[in-house]
Each structure stands twice: as structure tokens, then as C-alpha cells.
Write a protein that binds this ligand. Structure first.
Ligand code: SIN
Length: 286
């Protein structure tokens, strides 16, 4: 992109880049979309400032990267079922994403990415942490990488969603659950990423319960190490676009009783597959 004012400024060597010189409400050329896609593959989460997007513009931006995902359990607007409202104020009992997670990893085909615009910010606080699951994988010993690489992680939506959304607006008539490789291969970069998270993962299928609990506890603590992370300070109309296949995030709810309000568009993804996968994406060597 020789003539473009678009700039990509990394905010850490591991994860996160600020993108400037772009108006996401305007039509984007294929070259700009490709530049953003490449930046996402390199930096895993992209941050934009001053993007006052309408719902239609927000959805149009998301559609450059794939079909839009419908949340399996959250209430849906009739006109915009692809828009997830993210809200915290003095009256709510929970906010979206206040534990480490990859969005809707309990879906059989979990989302590729998510694009969140925050419209109202508290006077301070309400930051979001993002962590690279490539970095988390690469920091493990080779022996543990190989052991986890043969495990299946169970992801359950009910345990998290039931107390929050109450089951009144279920996309499929039931809460989603899925089994995924504990280590997934990114379909674009080919890199290995840990794919286990605090919100949805209940254990490892091949292990005894006590073994599974102990390993899960270790892996979740490992994923949350500060050196895998960046932290984003929102302003009104900031946008974050993250790759759910190789990151986790954690929305910090430290601003009660103030209000934080925004909207998320989520992009459909593919079924995760093992490094040594057969044609169905399952393990080649059980
Ligand atoms: C989410 O998990 O999508 C919410 C993230 C945030 O509110 O920062």
C-alpha cells in the first residue's frame, strides 16, 4: 500500500497493534481489507479510534472477513440479530466477557473473530486484556506441547450462559457444547495455539477427572501470564478486532456503578483441527 495513510503500530511485540488512517464507515478497497487481514494475522488484535459506526456499517465491516455469527444464547434484536450488546451499569449482575475466554468456543464451529465498538466509556477503567495463545503454547515445554496436542478439550456453553441469559433466546433450542483439540492449528498461519479457556472449557476428554482438573487449572493459570498480553484502554468509539482462534480476552469490570456500553459483531469460523489431522479434522493418530 504505497499511497495509503493507513498505519499499523504494534503496541507489544507479542500481541496488539493500533491502526490509524482509516475510516471503517467508508467502503474499503480489497487492498485495504487484505492489509487489515495481514495485520490481524501478525498482531492478533487490531485497535481503531474514532469509528462512529452505524449497525449497518459495523456489520458491513465484519462481512469483509466472513459471514456473521449469531450468538447462541444472548437476547437478539429483531432487526439486527448479529449485533451483540455489551453493557455494564449499576443495575446489572454480570457483564460480557469478565473472565478469560475465546468467544463462543462452545460452538462446534467457533467464531473466527469479533469486532467490538464501545460507545460509552466510564470515566476510568473498563479496559480489556488480550492474550496470545500462540505465545502461551510456545512457552510450554516440548513434552507438554506434545501431550496437550493429543488431548480433546470439552467446551460447554450452559455452565456460563444459563445464569446470564436464562435460556429464553437460544439460537439452536439448546445450549451449545463441543469437543475441540486442546491445541489448534490456525487455518491461515499454520501456527499452533492453546485453545482452552476459563469460561467454556470443562476438562480433557481422555484424562481421569482429577488429572483433568489439575491440568486444566495449570493451563488456565499459564494462559493468563502477563507476558502474553496487551491491555487496551477504550475511548468513545474505539473499535477492537480480534482473532478468536489464537487469542483470549478478559473485560475488566472495575467501573461499577458506572456505565460502559457497546456493540459486537462476530464473524463465523471453521471447526478447529489438530496439527496431525485426518480429512475430517480429527486426530490422525488417536
Ligand atoms: C466480549 O467478550 O466480547 C466483551 C469484551 C469487552 O467488553 O471488552
Amino acid at each position: 500500500m504505497t499511497d495509503s495513510p493507513l498505519r499499523v503500530d504494534p503496541i507489544s511485540p507479542v500481541i496488539g497493534a493500533e491502526i490509524s488512517g482509516i475510516d471503517l464507515s467508508a467502503p474499503l478497497t480489497p487492498e485495504v481489507v487484505e492489509t487489515l487481514h495481514q495485520a490481524l494475522m501478525t498482531h492478533l488484535v487490531l485497535f481503531f479510534r474514532d469509528q462512529a459506526l452505524s449497525f449497518e456499517q459495523h456489520k458491513a465491516f465484519g462481512r469483509h472477513f466472513g459471514d456473521l455469527h449469531i450468538h447462541p444464547a444472548a437476547p437478539k434484536d429483531v432487526d439486527h440479530p448479529e449485533i451483540l450488546v455489551v453493557h455494564g451499569d449499576a443495575t446489572v449482575k454480570f457483564v460480557a466477557g469478565e473472565l478469560w475466554h475465546s468467544d463462543v468456543s462452545c460452538d462446534v464451529e467457533p467464531p473466527l473473530g469479533s469486532i467490538l465498538r464501545i460507545e460509552q466509556v466510564p470515566t476510568s477503567g473498563g479496559d480489556t486484556l488480550f492474550a496470545s495463545m500462540y505465545a502461551a503454547y510456545e512457552a510450554l515445554s516440548g513434552r507438554l506441547q506434545r501431550f496437550l496436542g493429543e488431548l480433546t478439550a470439552v467446551h460447554d456453553g450452559q455452565q456460563y450462559y444459563v445464569g446470564r441469559y436464562g435460556g429464553r433466546d437460544l439460537r439452536d433450542g439448546a445450549y451449545p457444547s463441543a469437543e475441540h483439540p486442546a491445541i489448534r492449528t490456525h487455518p491461515v498461519t499454520g501456527r499452533q495455539a492453546l485453545y482452552v479457556n476459563e469460561v467454556f472449557t470443562t476438562g480433557f476428554k481422555e484424562l481421569k477427572q482429577a488429572e483433568s482438573n489439575a491440568l486444566l487449572s495449570f493451563v488456565l493459570k499459564h494462559c493468563a501470564a502477563p507476558e502474553f498480553q496487551c491491555r487496551f484502554r477504550w475511548r468513545q468509539n474505539s473499535v477492537a478486532f480480534w482473532d478468536n482462534r489464537c487469542t483470549q480476552h478478559h473485560a475488566i469490570w472495575d467501573y461499577y456503578p458506572q456505565t460502559r456500553h457497546g456493540y459486537r459483531v462476530t464473524i463465523k469460523g471453521d471447526r478447529p483441527f489438530y496439527a496431525e489431522a485426518d480429512v475430517d479434522g480429527r486426530r490422525a493418530v488417536p
